[in-house]
Write a new protein. Structure first.
Length: 316
C-alpha cells in the first residue's frame, strides 16, 4: 500500500518531467541586442533548443542595469517557460547598492547554472604615460585627484572594479558614471576619462586598433583574446579581480524536475564545441555546473562586492 501511495505521489512530477517542454522556452536577456550578454544568451538558447527539442527564444528587456529584465522573468509563472540570464550586477551587487530592489535573490529565484565568466581589462587612453599596471599606479599616485575613470554607471561592476583598484593600490581617482558602457567607452577613447575597466569584448576592437592601451586583465588568468596582457595578480595586485559573469535563473517555485531538465540542457549546451567556439570569440569562458555550485559561487561574489559597496558608502 505504501509503495502504491509513493508511486501515486510521484506520478505528477514524472508526468511533468516527461511532458516538459511542450512549447517554446523564453530566456530574458536584460540588456540590449548585439552586446556581449546578448551573444552569450543567444548561444546558450541555440544549444538548449537542440537539447530540449523546442525553440528557445531570447527576449531583450533592458533597464536599471539589468534589474528590470530579471525581475520580469522571475515574476512570471514558475513553469520553466520563462528564464533569465542574470548578470553579476543584478544578483551580486544590486542587493547592496540599490535602495529598492524589486526582488529578493534568495526567495524569488531558482538558480540553474553559472553560464559564462567574462574577463575584464583595465585600459587607458594612449595619452596616459604608462605601459603597464605598475606605471599607471605610479602615475595616478603622482597625480592625486587628476585621473578620472569611467564606468557604465554607479554601482555597476565596472564602477566597483575601479573602486577595488583604488582601495588595493591606495589611489585617489575620480569616478565618472555614465548611463551604460557605450558612452563611457566613447569618452575613454576620446580622452575625456583616462581609465576604465570593462569586459574584454567591449574594449577589444579599440585595443587592437591602438585607440586604447590594455594594461592588465582583472582575472585569475590571461584572456585568450589578449594573451600578451598580464593579469592584475601578475602586476602585484592579486586582490583586484573583477570578472564579469552571467548565470541562468528561473522563478522560485519552478518544479524540481523541470529545473533538473533545464540544468542538463544548459550544461550540455555550454560543454558543446559550438558554444565554446562562439563564446571564445568574445573572450567568454563557459562555466557550467550544478545549482549548488552556482549558490556557492554567488555567495562568494556577494560577500566580495557587498564589502566594496559598504566601504565606499554607495547607495543608489
Amino acid at each position: 500500500m505504501k509503495k502504491l501511495l509513493a508511486v501515486l505521489l510521484l506520478a505528477p512530477a514524472l508526468a511533468l518531467a516527461q511532458a516538459y517542454p511542450s512549447r517554446p522556452v523564453h530566456i530574458v536577456v536584460p540588456f540590449p541586442a548585439g552586446g556581449p550578454a546578448d551573444i552569450f544568451g543567444r548561444g546558450l538558447a541555440q544549444g538548449m533548443s537542440a537539447d530540449l527539442g523546442q525553440p528557445v527564444v531570447v527576449e531583450n528587456i533592458g533597464g536599471v542595469g539589468g534589474v528590470l529584465g530579471v525581475d520580469r522573468a522571475i515574476k512570471s509563472a514558475p513553469d520553466g517557460y520563462m528564464l533569465a540570464l542574470n548578470s553579476a550586477s543584478t544578483v551580486a551587487i544590486a542587493p547592496y547598492s540599490l535602495s529598492k530592489l524589486p526582488y529578493d535573490v534568495q526567495k524569488d529565484m531558482a538558480l540553474i547554472t553559472v553560464v559564462v565568466r567574462v574577463p575584464e581589462v583595465l585600459a587607458v587612453h594612449p595619452s596616459v604615460p604608462a605601459a603597464n599596471l605598475a606605471q599607471f599606479i605610479a602615475y595616478a599616485k603622482a597625480n592625486p585627484g587628476k585621473v578620472n575613470f569611467g564606468s557604465a554607471g554607479g554601482g555597476s561592476i565596472t564602477h566597483l572594479a575601479g573602486e577595488l583598484l583604488k582601495a588595493e593600490a591606495g589611489l585617489n581617482m575620480v569616478h565618472v558614471a555614465y548611463k551604460g558602457a557605450a558612452p563611457a567607452v566613447t569618452d575613454l577613447v576620446g580622452g575625456t576619462v583616462q581609465m576604465g575597466i570593462f569586459d574584454v569584448p567591449v574594449l577589444l576592437g579599440h585595443i587592437r586598433a591602438g585607440r586604447l592601451k590594455a594594461l592588465a586583465v582583472t582575472s585569475a588568468s590571461r584572456a585568450s583574446t589578449l594573451p600578451d596582457v598580464p593579469t592584475t595578480a601578475e602586476g602585484g595586485y592579486p586582490g583586484v579581480t573583477s570578472d564579469n559573469w552571467y548565470g541562468l535563473v528561473a522563478p522560485a517555485g519552478t518544479p524540481a524536475a523541470v529545473l533538473k531538465r533545464l540544468n542538463a540542457a544548459a550544461v550540455n549546451a555550454l560543454n558543446s564545441a559550438a558554444v565554446k567556439e562562439q563564446y571564445g570569440k568574445v573572450s567568454g569562458v563557459p562555466s557550467p555546473g550544478t545549482p549548488e555550485d552556482y549558490a556557492r559561487f554567488l555567495a562568494a561574489e556577494q560577500a566580495k562586492w557587498s564589502k566594496v559597496v559598504r566601504a565606499i558608502g554607495f547607495k543608489n
